[in-house]
Design a binder for this molecule. Structure first.
Ligand code: URA
Length: 244
């Protein structure tokens, strides 16, 4: 028996917090009965409906590490008909991306149908390290590097500490390649951080997510995570969440 909100979140329908909201609003039924109590336990044979839709229980879990190309949207469907990450992946399961990369950002993206892991990894308190490599306009000064490291204000809130390493400087073309490591996942965060210190991001690639990198993959290719990697992600996410 498991708590109703956990079962809903694990199905990938929505986050646990959203599931709690749906329950308290009276939008959830179990075997036809409206349930508004959050602690309610359910088992596998119970039929759960949210807003009239029967919740699909996905027992088979899939974990994919994808090398996202440019000009691909990180959604499962695009109204404008653009390519989505799912166009690259051969699966019958209802997988979805863990977090987002912009349309023009390339690199490492995880996809899964494991709602529990997805929610843990996307939780703001789960401080998973992400390493990005940005090609930027101009050359960073020491002062600007320190600002990025200590946090800059974007959308009215300061970013947390970051690691910044200049990999290459092209004086002739006035561009630089900079590695930046962050552990938040705010909207367009890296671009906005550089913009804040006066540099436009020309290209952006995510090279690492936690201990995972893109080794062995070319753009547009993917591989499955192995069980050891999945367990390690769970352990990291749970550990980091508890620490705060
Ligand atoms: N930061 C950005 O600005 N864009 C991304 O795609 C990821 C992080």
């Amino acid at each position: 028996m498991e708590r109703l909100q956990k079962v809903i979140a694990n199905s990938g329908y929505c986050s646990r917090r959203k599931a709690e909201e749906e329950i308290t609003k009276g939008h959830v039924t179990v075997n036809g009965q409206i349930i508004t109590e959050l602690g309610t336990k359910v088992n596998v044979s119970d039929v759960i409906e949210i807003n009239g839709t029967v919740l699909k229980k996905q027992d088979e879990k899939e974990y994919i590490l994808f090398f996202k190309p440019r000009e691909v949207v990180t959604t499962t469907h695009d109204d404008k008909g653009r390519k989505t990450v799912l166009d690259y992946i051969d699966t019958d399961l209802r997988i979805y991306p863990i977090g987002r990369l912009d349309y023009d950002t390339t690199g490492l993206l995880l996809l899964t149908n494991d709602g529990e892991l997805a929610n843990l990894l996307m939780h703001p308190k789960t401080e998973i390290e992400k390493v990005y490599v940005a090609k930027i306009e101009g050359i960073l000064t020491g002062k600007e590097i320190n600002k990025l490291k200590n946090g800059v204000v974007i959308d009215g809130r300061k970013t947390s500490k970051a690691k910044v390493k200049v990999r290459k400087v092209d004086k002739k073309n006035q561009t630089s390649i900079v590695e930046i490591t962050i552990h938040e996942g705010r909207n367009h965060q890296v671009k906005k951080m550089f913009e804040r210190v006066g540099h436009t991001v020309l290209k952006l690639k995510r090279e690492r997510f936690a201990f995972l990198d893109l080794k062995g993959l070319r753009s547009g290719e993917y591989r499955y995570l192995n069980i050891k990697e999945v367990k390690k992600l769970y352990a990291m996410a749970n550990f980091n969440k508890k620490r705060l």
